[in-house]
Design a protein around this ligand. Structure first.
Ligand code: G4F
Length: 321
């Protein structure tokens, strides 16, 4: 019998990489997906309409699918947007995780077992904490998004402690790829660089270039999610590269990958893209994930930048008449 995985957020960047990873290991992969965007969904997955605000639908899908493993990747995941939509973000990103946990607590397979649960926790929970951040670093969330993620993190820990469920948090630092949404800074930059190189636009408007992030490759990070659910005991893990780079470095490298050296002449600073509160510096210490999961990041920062720029040049060329 194939193992069965249920993934919320299957239609996003991480969901698509995780689905491919699990399909390669002969899982039956099911996705809980809202009505809408589908282009990243592997056709071998079975899709179920539903969304994190709808508890009765989540319970119904659990009954239909009877998953062995549940990966909760669904969220309103944009930090800047969460300042405009704080209540919606709390409902989807925070209480949404609790709704999945509650469905999990009430669901048993034929032999009385509950599924294993992975919660997509975020390095944003640390805010401006001391660096590097690891599993013992206190949280100090600085956005409605980060507050919602802290809520979901502690609900996951509480369901593990109170009900002895197999529930683990992956505290993932930023992870990017050509499948990243265009509203996040890396893809916004690589897509703009491609369009500038092709003569389709003349500048890119950005916010804070000073912020530093620990950027890894999304394809590497889904491997860590899977490994967390294969352990003997549930636990919480930081997943990060241990390297940090300023947004300006990403921008400079992206322009250089397209053969453009004077990147500053193509960048305009726009206050619309600043946040009411900013996380200045994130850099993770993934010692525990490396030791216990045997996980290592494989794709370097500069390879991620090049991969994304190359993809966006081909993507933009493919749209030309
Ligand atoms: O790409 P970002 O929007 O990602 P952010 O806020 O770090 O969050 C991402 O990573 C988290 C993991 O740590 C996830 F939990 C979260 O869901 C999301 O995937 O912004 C990165 C940095 C910020 O400091 C931002 O202020 O880039 C800065 N930035 C500068 N100009 C910009 C822009 N960000 C965006 N999105 N757009 C800009 O024009």
């Amino acid at each position: 019998m194939n193992r069965v995985a249920l993934v919320t957020g299957l239609s996003g960047q991480d969901g698509s990489y995780l689905a491919e990873f699990l399909l390669e290991r002969d899982y039956d992969v099911h996705g809980l997906v809202p009505y809408g965007r589908r282009e990243l969904c592997d056709p071998r997955c079975q899709l179920h309409y539903g969304d994190l605000p709808d508890a009765s639908r989540i319970a119904a899908v659990f009954n239909d699918v009877s998953p062995d493993e549940v990966y909760n990747l669904g969220a309103q995941s944009h930090v800047r947007v969460s300042f405009d939509l704080p209540v919606h973000t709390a409902d989807v990103t925070g209480v949404g995780a609790l709704r999945v946990l509650e469905a999990m607590r009430q669901h048993r397979d034929a032999s009385g077992r509950s599924p294993r649960f992975y919660q997509a926790s975020s390095s944003e929970m640390f805010g401006n904490a001391v660096s590097p951040q690891d599993e013992s670093t206190p949280f100090h969330p600085l956005s409605p998004y980060a507050c919602a993620k802290v809520f979901a993190y502690w609900q996951t820990v509480n369901y593990r402690d109170a009900y002895e469920l197999f529930a683990s948090n992956g505290i993932l630092f930023n992870h990017e790829s050509p499948r990243r949404g265009i509203e996040f800074v890396t893809r916004k930059v690589t897509n703009a660089v491609a369009r500038i190189q092709l003569g389709l636009q003349d500048h890119v408007a950005l916010g804070n270039l000073e912020a530093k992030r620990d950027w890894g490759y999304a394809g590497d990070y889904v491997r860590a999610m899977y490994l967390m659910l294969q352990q003997d005991e549930p636990d919480d893990y930081v997943v990060a590269t241990g390297e940090t780079h300023a947004v300006s470095e990403f921008v400079q490298l992206a322009f250089a990958a397209a053969g453009i050296d004077d990147w500053e002449s193509y960048v305009r600073i726009d206050q619309r893209f600043f946040r009411p509160a900013e996380v200045d510096l994130l850099v993770g210490d993934a010692t525990k994930a490396k030791a216990k999961l045997g996980w290592e990041p494989k794709v370097s920062f500069s390879d991620i930048v090049t991969m994304m720029v190359d993809y966006d040049i081909e993507f933009e060329k493919s749209k030309l008449p």
